[in-house]
Design a protein around this ligand. Sequence first.
Ligand SMILES: *Cc1c(COP(=O)(O)O)cnc(C)c1O
Length: 394
Amino acid sequence: MAGKPRDSLDRFAREKLDALEAQALRRRLIETDRREGAVAFRDGRRLVSFCCNDYLNLSQNETVKRAAMEATEKYGTGSGASRLVSGNHPLFRELETRLADWKQTEDCVVFGSGYMANLGIIPALMRESDLIIADELSHACLLSGSKLSGARVEIFRHNDMTHLESLLAAHREGAGHCLVVTDGIFSMDGDAAPVAAMADIAAQHDAWLMTDDAHGIGVVGQEGRGSSFMGETKADVPLQMGTLSKAIGAYGGYLCASAPVADFIRTRARTLIYSTGLPPGTAAAAIAALDFIKANPDYCCRPVEKARAFTRALGLPDPESPIVPLILGDAEVTLTASKLLEAEGYLVTGIRPPTVPAGTARLRFTFTAEHDDADIARLAAIVRERILSRRAAE
Ligand SMILES: *Cc1c(COP(=O)(O)O)cnc(C)c1O
């Protein structure tokens, strides 16, 4: 009988995969190596990537790379254990201080990744008797963290402040604490949350606001400080979370918050306590990237400017971030469009459910500081003539 459970496990996996394949929802990892600027090689072919979140191309920046190599030479490749066990590397403190200064908060806590940050922060703050209210398009890890906390979760329609207020009016009173969560810049849509208005609404209802600025940090707001800094004055967001893995060009997650909140998170967030600290080279890379951004604040505007050149060429509304979605609806149509662009030398991944809601499969274009204007113009022309015109004719 040996091997039987294994057979059923393999059968389970195969049947699930076949069903996903039939709906054009199977996912595959495709070998691609990334190089300088926005260039990637796939099957030996040089492609210009419009699907990478390395908005400032800092993962390829010489100074940033050198900082990572020097820290690795000096301190080794791994950090050995959780920061609470093997000791907190001085690079972590330096990185956290840099981030807190930049975001103008009292303190900051760095995590292994953005995903881990949300899985740690939300359950540390919220429990069964509490209430979480989340935008329906919030990133998967905000929703996973919310679920893990055991709190009641209510979802409001995307960026709909009236709906948020009505949920607060209906449910806030019966709950202990209340947390409102949203992406600052929405990862698959590229639009911004009305963070200042949300901060006011949350304050009126005695709720804590948490923004996930994975796609905002480094590219939007005053000098790239993120979505809390997009208005005339800084929005009052007590929990500003984000990632070091996108515009910062390294890896890791962070929470910028007040000193007591940061201390509490260090004491209670399970993904910080029970997971190994970032490699020293990664922390050093993030520090060097933040130094670069501070010295070159204008550089942070470039990804959105590049995105704007693209939307203007297509007659689309101006973008609020470096992310421009082109919703095609059908998953198969989206994959075909993505293949067409790849044949033309452009890497633009199709995004399908469940990453986005059913029926809203899309091409997601992301723009970086180093994209060539001629490539953007040519990409827009191909999209207009071979993807949009065909749809209009259908
Ligand atoms: C990418 C992303 C994350 C996860 O960050 P990682 O550092 O890649 O784990 C979290 N939230 C949002 C909105 C993201 O886009």
